[in-house]
Design a binder for this molecule. Sequence first.
Ligand code: NAD
Length: 487
Amino acid sequence: MTAYPQVKMLIAGQWVAEGGGDENGTSMAIVNPATEQTIGSAPKVSREQLDAALNAADAAFPMWSATPAIERYRIIRRAADLLRERAQGIARVITLEMGKPHAQALGETTGAADLIDFLAEEAKRQGGRLVPTRSAAILEQRVTQEPVGPAILLTPWNFPINLPAKKIAGALAAGCSAILKPAETTPASAQMLVECFVDAGLPDGVLNLVFGDPAMISEHLIASPVSRKVSFTGSTAVGKHLGALAAQGMKRFTPELGGHAPVVIGESADFDRTIAACAATKFRNAGQICVSPTRFLVARSIFDKFVAEFASRSQAIKIGDASADDSVEMGPLAHAGRVSAMEDLMASMGDGAGEIVAGGSAIAGPGHFFQPTVIAAPSPGSKLMNEEPFGPVAGIVPYDDIADAVKIANSLRYGLAAYAFTSNLDESHYLGKTLRAGMVAINHFGVGSPETPFGGIGDSGFGSESGVEGYLGYTETKLVTVAKSAP
Ligand code: NAD
């Protein structure tokens, strides 16, 4: 049985167990979503404690940004090594806090270590550039990327290690100090990640960690003149609100928001490989992934076979309390609100909204479980085809012409990930070019590697994390141009 740690904040290099609190108390209960049992509690930060974290990040920034890149790299790389060493224990805590099966939680943790490695390396590589001048009197035009300043990092519960890791490593590698506010429901995972950085030798104040009411914390931190960058992963509605707050202070803002990813499946696709990849990826993390495939657009000639096979695979998934059984393939949803959201989606299934061919209901408790659900031929106007489900629900729609499939795929304001499966070279090229999204993957679902940029367009946000872009997002461009001192 995994012991749940005592949860502490990190403010100015001190681990803080006592929250100063807000109007609603000084601590919050942490619940295992598979059992609905309270497993621990986390302190809630007060405004005074937030000010202490801001002061610490402000004071640490000049020192950390002036630390040679090679030294920043060494500390951040050591943190990645510690994360790998501690991955088994951290993965157990992820499962306790948000229900993800152990193998997925372990993969998330070791994958996060790879992300940290890559971003740490970038600290050594980004040297700026010299631009040729237009006149002999101008001796030099030097363009450098300067760390933007103290960064506010706001992360959700669905990837409680990967998302904070991307943001922390990008910020620290670039020379920024930071304050992380992870999701209310997954504080211990974030704490264990931050401990890796502290134990790796990160100086006091460079990285701070706070828990509590998300609206109070984000408003306080973004309004402060100390913060210069805000990076948020979460829903589009909250992202728009935080973007408006960041704009008030002209702060750099990177929103990584929701998606409603289409998957175009051509007649020529290798059927067995495609259906296996689609069914497995759809129900990963119980569908609670911003790049989860949700709208399957399938060539009519293979539609019936695809629906039948998808339904039978979804019914074979082993569901349960992953904190008690490592063979569980799909855990609970993160909290009761997600189950209600799935029930609302099912309640909207009126005439023409589609046929439920698998699942469709919550599973009796304890625990926030919902059946893997497959809906055939939802109409274009249905809620499922228009609003991000963020749960274990797939809609499958037939198409006659590939151009129609692209039209449906591109019909929403979201534009995070889009996928296609085809063995036709021309079709592959056409889909890669015409699908409107920040990331397009053809014949696989892999859009999250450390070396490549991850981000969306439209209502899915802007900017990228991971890849070189994940480092550059914590910098601002500076030109230094030098003329001869005398003619
Ligand atoms: P929610 O909007 O209540 O919470 C989602 C996350 O946003 C939480 O981690 C929360 O701490 C944070 N948040 C909420 N209000 C905030 C504020 N004012 N300032 C800072 N952070 C704030 O919704 P939920 O039911 O927990 O999650 C479902 C929704 O969230 C879905 O619609 C999905 O789009 C979105 N979501 C997206 C991602 C992603 O990876 N893009 C991850 C998790 C949740």
